[in-house]
Design a protein around this ligand. Structure first.
Ligand SMILES: Nc1ncnc2c1ncn2[C@@H]1O[C@H](COP(=O)(O)OP(=O)(O)OP(=O)(O)O)[C@@H](O)[C@H]1O
Ligand SMILES: [Mg+2]
Length: 606
């Protein structure tokens, strides 16, 4: 059904795409039928519009009888005199015009509503899916591509269902009707008019494929130009600091130019296709004229009939052209649909088993059993890692940069799954738990703290929806964030800016610490939680943590050896391998265990 292709999406067969798009549009089938019916009303209204003039000329100025239907709907007094009739006819003109406009408005509203709903549904599904796709997926595809798919590729369903399907259906209906009319006049000529149909079909088929490939290219290039904008905007400080604005502009223009060239190629193909279609239908018209005149000569039909057929011909060929052009103009939407569906069809790298177990609260026993892991095809980032951490243990991880510490805790949270081996929580493989339940067992402070563009309080409260303000303040106090938050202009309501950029690195870090503290999880993961704060604050934070982490398993990553002195289990990560270090304070009793060098630092601070 599908074949893998480059550029992060698969190629789908048209039938498959149409079927899926229509299946997605199913809940709105009544709306779609509504749009169809309303759009059909345009034809009779167009036929009615010259009628008042005709009546005025024939029956008011001239002396023809009123058409029967009009006589029936007009009240008696309207037909009593010429003036009354003229007024009635003028009124009719207004009514027809108003109805025509009403049809336009209704058509527009229905189309927009249906299109927007379809689009919103697909967007929401795409967004939901993209969030759940693994980090490995986003690490390779980039976030801008995901944005492009949600923002632009989701429009495809609207183009196909509303702007594609309906004109297609109306045109098909018109072709059938006009063919029928032509056939009643002269069968042979009707057959001759049909000769162009297979030629149009072959042309459409050939161009459809070429255009689809081109449109795929266009989307890929547009999304990559979009990626430059996103990347630069999120790293504006670096760009400015290194004065690279010109270069980034160049990079953007370069990719945009590629996109522009691709679109020009599409326009050229589109243009030649339109030309060929026009030539083919003109040939058809020529053939009809030739055969028609011969038939008139031979006495098979009258001249009037030939003129009539020639008149209908444009009404027959135009919808045929519309159908062909729709098929090709839909290729852009279908290329988008491919991109959208390939996201929806992406197999999760971190799948949830069918019989995944629920987990309320883990005790916090963690075991790594011969775990190896590699990012994609790279050299392994972790090799044969084995260790056991009892519930409530403090695990300290240290090692040179790039050794694999962050990778190790990422595996624990199931951001990725091990390439081989297994990680156990409370004696069960992580993959046996429900993913949401599993992640609920961890509170994490990431190496690069991430904040959302909302208030300080909401950023802390993110860990536990519904947390009271007092809880938030208590967590902030523990993370030694309360003092600086109180000094902010609006305290806890101060907006932190996009990604927290209005705060300092240490402030961001303390807010994310408070967030982890607020979440009452059995396993706490701290990836260099105090790397951006000064020594004194670090000591105070670890002191507060002393109380907080009681009864929880903690994984603390630190470069400074001393930070990890108080750990029950100290692991050294080196080149993806893990080695146990002897405990720093082998026989320290439970109560006397302190977090790192607190005494010394606190003393110095005083
Ligand atoms: N998303 C990723 N995709 C591919 N390779 C990665 C990815 N993240 C990390 N790596 C690689 O895996 C190895 C281990 O990285 P990791 O982030 O675990 O190191 P670390 O010990 O946390 O280092 P640091 O102390 O600098 O934070 C590194 O060689 C790194 O280049
Ligand atoms: Mg790291």
């Amino acid at each position: 059904m599908t074949a893998p292709s480059d550029g992060g999406h698969r190629a789908y067969r048209d039938v498959v795409l149409y079927r899926r798009l229509l299946a997605d549009a199913r809940p709105y089938r009544r709306h779609l039928v509504g749009v169809f019916v309303v759009s059909l009303l345009a034809a009779p209204l167009a036929l009615l519009s010259p009628v008042p003039l005709k009546i005025a000329v024939d029956s008011v100025i001239g002396s023809h009888e009123l058409p029967g239907w009009l006589d029936a709907i007009l009240p008696g007094f309207a037909t009593s005199s010429d003036v009354a009739l003229l007024l009635a006819v003028a009124g009719l003109l207004v009514v027809i015009e108003a109805l025509t406009q009403l049809q336009v408005v209704a058509d527009e509203m229905l189309r927009t509503y249906t299109g927007e709903r379809l689009q919103l549904d697909l967007r929401a599904r795409l967004f939901g899916r993209l969030q759940r796709l693994s980090l490995a997926y986003h690490d390779t595809r980039g976030t801008a591509d995901a944005g492009y798919r949600v923002q632009y590729d989701a429009l495809s369903i609207r183009s196909v269902a509303v702007d594609g399907l309906i004109p297609f259906a109306t045109s098909a209906l018109t072709v059938v009707a006009m063919l029928y009319v032509t056939a009643t006049i002269d069968r042979t000529l009707a057959l001759v008019t049909l000769v162009v149909a297979p030629v149009l079909g072959v042309l459409t088929w050939a161009y459809r494929r070429r255009l689809r490939a081109r449109h795929r290219e266009v989307k890929r290039l547009e999304s990559s130009a979009f990626a430059v904008v996103e990347e630069v905007m999120t790293s504006l400080r670096v760009v400015k600091a290194f004065g690279q604005e010109h270069r980034e502009e160049g990079r953007f223009v370069e990719r945009s130019v590629e996109g522009m060239r691709a679109r020009l190629r599409v326009a050229l193909i589109d243009g030649t296709f339109g030309l060929l279609i026009a030539v083919v239908t003109a040939l058809g018209a020529g053939a009809v004229l030739f055969v028609g005149v011969r038939r008139v000569d031979a006495g098979h039909m009258t001249l009037g009939e030939l003129l009539l057929v020639m008149g209908y011909l444009s009404q027959l060929y135009k919808p045929m052209q519309t159908i062909s052009k729709k098929v090709t103009s839909l290729q852009s939407a279908l290329a988008s649909a491919e991109r959208a569906f390939s996201v929806l069809d992406e197999a999760p790298d971190v799948p949830e088993r069918a019989q995944a177990r629920p987990l309320r609260r883990a005790r916090g026993a963690v075991e790594f059993r011969d775990v190896s892991f590699a990012y994609g095809a790279d050299a392994p980032a972790l090799q044969a890692v084995s260790f056991v951490a009892a519930p409530g243990a403090r695990v300290g991880l240290q090692g040179t940069t790039g050794a694999g510490k962050t990778t190790l805790v990422s595996l624990l949270m199931r951001f990725y799954d091990p390439t081989s081996g297994a990680i156990l929580l409370d004696g069960l493989d992580l993959r046996d738990y429900r993913l949401a339940d599993l992640r609920d067992q961890f509170a994490i402070v990431l190496q690069e703290p991430v904040l959302f563009s909302t208030s300080v309080a909401e950023n802390i409260g993110y860990a536990r929806p519904g947390a009271s303000f007092d809880d938030i303040v208590a967590a902030a106090r523990a993370a030694h964030a309360h003092e600086f938050i109180s000094r902010l202009s609006a305290g806890y309501d101060t907006p932190v800016g996009e990604r927290g950029m209005r705060l300092s690195g240490g402030e961001r870090q303390r807010i994310s610490l408070a967030r982890a503290f607020l979440k009452d999880a059995p396993v706490l993961i701290l990836d260099e939680p105090t790397s951006s704060v000064d020594g004194r604050t670090e000591a105070l934070i670890f002191d507060a943590m002393e109380r907080l982490v009681r009864g929880r398993t903690t994984f603390t990553i630190a470069h400074r050896l001393t930070t990890l002195d108080a750990c029950d289990l100290r692991l050294e990560v080196e080149g993806g391998r893990v080695r146990r270090l002897p405990p720093a304070m082998p026989s320290a009793p439970q109560g006397a265990r302190r977090w790192p060098r607190l005494g010394a630092r606190a003393a110095r601070a005083r």
